[in-house]
Design a protein around this ligand. Structure first.
Ligand code: DC
Length: 225
């Protein structure tokens, strides 16, 4: 496809990336790819197998058994089963950063992510999209918010989905995950040099979406010029 648009949205846990990315993709009528969901699905499989998520080689040995599919309608399938709700369980959230720090697992999932992006325009959200997965992205957003704001947002989201948790446990989980995600050796969480920082601490979802669309429209003008 000529003039394809690749929009990368990276940032720490619960900064509102997926909510915003979904809305932006809908507005632009292009595909949304949630890469965090893929690490979560892998983690769920590890847990279902009764393997310790901190046992790297045992987790990596499962790679050939894991088939992950993101449906265009948003559902996440693990070996043919819809696990969209299960992967949001706080038990999965608490372990996923270990799985996401294993290089062989990252390489397998990055392969899939690049394949999914293929020859189409996409909005992809994650931690390393602008730095590693799709460094050729036309637009790179690094979306942040204070940890307190992120904890309140994730806590309220969990409650609305009927997921039991406390505000303290959510904040603790976010701090823990951010630490592991940004300190791993391979493709850690960090802004790309050419990324645009958006601090959403005091912005509504709609404001963030509009800001990104503005950036896209300016850039698309250039892409099509
Ligand atoms: O965005 P999320 O909270 O659903 O992501 C779950 C975990 O997966 C997160 O702790 C970090 C990891 N992740 C990653 O390492 N690289 C990505 N591209 C996406 C997510």
């Amino acid at each position: 496809m000529k003039n394809k648009l690749i929009l990368a949205i990276d940032g720490p846990a619960a900064a509102g990336k997926s909510t915003v990315a979904k809305l932006v993709a809908k507005k632009l009528n292009i595909t949304y790819i949630d890469t965090g969901a893929m690490y979560r699905a892998f983690t769920l499989f590890v847990m279902q197998k009764g393997i310790d998520p901190q046992h790297q080689s045992a987790c990596e040995a499962l790679i050939p058994q894991v088939k992950i599919l993101l449906a265009p309608t948003g559902e996440v399938y693990l070996n043919g089963i819809d696990v969209s709700k299960d992967i949001r369980d706080p038990k999965v959230s608490a372990q996923v950063s270990y799985i996401a720090s294993y290089k062989a697992i990252r390489l397998a999932l990055v392969d899939l992510q690049r394949h999914m992006a293929g020859n189409q325009s996409v909005v992809m959200d994650g931690r390393d999209i602008g730095t590693y997965v799709l460094p050729e992205a036309n637009i790179k957003i690094f979306q942040i918010a204070s940890v307190e704001t992120r904890a309140v947002r994730r806590y309220e989201e969990n409650l609305s989905k009927g997921i039991a948790c406390t505000l303290e446990s959510v904040e603790e989980d976010l701090r823990h995950r951010d630490y592991i995600d940004s300190h791993r050796d391979f493709a850690p969480l960090k802004p790309a040099n050419d990324s645009i920082l958006i601090d959403t601490s005091f912005m509504s979802v709609q404001e963030v979406v509009e800001r990104i669309l503005e950036i896209v429209h300016k850039k698309v003008g250039l892409i099509h010029a």
